[in-house]
Design a protein around this ligand. Structure first.
Ligand SMILES: NC(=O)c1ccc[n+]([C@@H]2O[C@H](COP(=O)([O-])OP(=O)(O)OC[C@H]3O[C@@H](n4cnc5c(N)ncnc54)[C@H](OP(=O)(O)O)[C@@H]3O)[C@@H](O)[C@H]2O)c1
Length: 281
């Protein structure tokens, strides 16, 4: 199986790169700037023509959530238009695309974790651009799996965990927002889930019932400390009580560490279910 990943140094892309050497029966290809740029459709088509993948994975995105409020054009160019270009290029070759999305497609007001069937309601530019990206991917390629994840962290890259570790080394006391909930998700677990999906959906031939949106998220946590209203956050998570939690599946797909979970059923409004992707524990 040949699997092509958009990006190389992002948290998810790099996690895939690190498992690539251990995934004997998958041949990985990676495309990153400057050779492959989401803003240059020809560079994506060329990369896929050169590599001839059986599946394309797209974790590349504009991920600066707060900055997106002042750079909406860039956010939409990457998260909607770039996502559509990747999905369409995969469709041109007749292969499925796995697209990464986010809990920011929701409004954060629900008291319970969000499932794939919940009504979306993004509150900011980033969330809107990612939601429009999901829809663009689905329109461009009938063979699509959208993985919604949240609070991604890894031993590398820019993430909350690494920021906290750095600050604890620098300061005696930390002030942290205490009015947000979320599901930190370990990027290497997302990589493991993507490989499981690739084996299932490509290895057994694509079936239309695989298409849809699926949550992949770690366990719930709540921050304790200073409310985000008292911080200078300008992004869509500002304000008290933001509850960005995704539901988890009781079905462990990564039993070794049990950090990542995947929802096998996905019947979000307007999406086809992909419950047929049953992952072997
Ligand atoms: N991080 C989170 O907490 C979080 C939460 C929920 C969902 N997600 C979603 O999960 C996915 C992966 O997130 P992540 O944390 O791995 O992201 P990340 O670490 O911020 O990496 C983003 C990747 O996008 C690439 N990229 C940016 N602009 C590009 C362009 N014009 N052309 C080609 N590649 C470009 C970057 O490439 P360079 O290396 O060249 O800069 C980088 O590899 C994204 O879709 C994100 O929206 C993330």
């Amino acid at each position: 199986m040949r699997l092509f990943v958009i990006g190389q140094e992002g948290q998810v892309a790099r996690s895939l790169r690190e498992v690539a050497s251990r995934s004997g029966n998958i041949v990985f290809g990676f495309g990153a700037r400057p050779d492959l740029d989401l803003l240059r459709p020809a560079s994506i088509a060329k990369a896929l023509a050169d590599f001839r993948p059986d599946m394309v994975v797209n974790p590349a995105a504009y991920t600066a959530v707060d900055k997106a409020e002042s750079e909406p054009d860039q956010a939409f160019a990457l998260n909607r238009d770039g996502a559509r270009t990747v999905a369409a290029a995969a469709a041109d070759r007749g292969v499925p695309v796995i697209h990464l999305s986010t809990d920011y497609v929701f409004d954060g007001k629900k008291k319970q974790p969000y499932s794939e069937t919940d009504t979306v309601g993004p509150q900011g530019v980033y969330g809107r651009s990612k939601l429009e990206g999901e829809l663009a991917v689905a329109e461009a390629n009938p063979k699509h799996i959208v993985l919604r994840t949240s609070w991604v962290y890894a031993p590398f890259g820019s993430n909350f965990v690494r920021t906290m570790l750095r600050l604890t080394a620098e300061r005696d006391r930390l002030r942290v927002v205490d009015d947000q909930s979320g599901c930190p998700t370990y990027a290497p677990d997302i990589a493991g889930a993507i490989i499981a999906i690739a084996h299932k959906s490509v290895g057994s031939d694509w079936h239309s019932k695989y298409a849809g949106v699926t949550n992949i998220a770690g366990p719930d946590v709540r921050n304790h400390g200073v409310g985000s209203r008292r911080r200078s956050f300008r992004g869509p998570r500002s304000g008290a009580g933001a509850l960005f939690r995704l539901t988890r599946s009781p079905l462990p797909i990564i039993p070794r560490r049990r950090r990542g979970r995947l929802i096998p059923a996905c019947r979000a409004k307007g999406w086809k279910p992909c419950s047929a992707i049953a992952f072997d524990p």
